[in-house]
Ligand binder design. Sequence first.
Ligand SMILES: C[S@@+](CC[C@H](N)C(=O)[O-])C[C@H]1O[C@@H](n2cnc3c(N)ncnc32)[C@H](O)[C@@H]1O
Length: 249
Amino acid sequence: MNSFMKWVGGKYLLRHRILEEFPQTVDSYVEVFGGAAWVLFARQKNSSMEVYNDINHDLVNLFRCVKYHAEELQKELQWCLISREEFMKAKEELHSPYLTDIQRAARFFMVARCSFGAKMETFNGKRVSLGNVVKDLGMFSERLRATVIEQLDFEKLIPLYDAKGTLFYADPPYFDAEGYYTGDFGREDHLRLKASLEKAEGKFILTYNDCPYIRNLYGDYRVIPLERQNNMTSCSTKRCYKEIIIKNF
Ligand SMILES: C[S@@+](CC[C@H](N)C(=O)[O-])C[C@H]1O[C@@H](n2cnc3c(N)ncnc32)[C@H](O)[C@@H]1O
């Protein structure tokens, strides 16, 4: 199934290609940098345990509300108007500490869905409708029924779930794209990630933008080049963006 939202760096276009690299079965599947979870939603559940993790509190709150309070979230969203004014208001209200989790999840969802490239900045909602997604929230709640939702830094998460039968899928913020996501992810973090994955007993699949620094960092591993159309360009211009898959098996 598809995800219910867009997200910066979301693997919408590459999800099927990434899944081709997955082993047939695993004991536990852990999505380390969950985002909109395009790969998690696209995969056939074939593990006894599944984990969605992201450091972003608003994302994790939205996933928890979809999982545990789908009907209440549906009610909160059903009268939501899509306009520049409502977008600006919802964006402003996300700073308030007085929202309930469900109110916060609804505003966050609306702003992500109606912003250009899901960057939570400028309004791009002229042709967006929330109708179908809101109607289907029950289906997403059911899909997440047995999924553990975590909000941890990857360095804490990886050892927590590490075992021989675990598959980690890690899709960190791109290298050299600091400031693109909320919370910067700098060179130190890329090095911390390498150290955490290197220590893992389980299998890992990692996706990155294709650049010499990352190729060099993971020089001892299998690197598979990929191309996708740039999400931000129109079909007519067809500019391609190079990414890589890195595996330890
Ligand atoms: C490229 S996006 C993941 C996109 C996801 N694969 C999808 O299909 O939507 C990277 C995610 O990593 C999260 N993140 C950033 N720093 C993190 C950290 N230290 N630990 C865990 N997650 C982090 C960001 O909040 C962001 O959602």
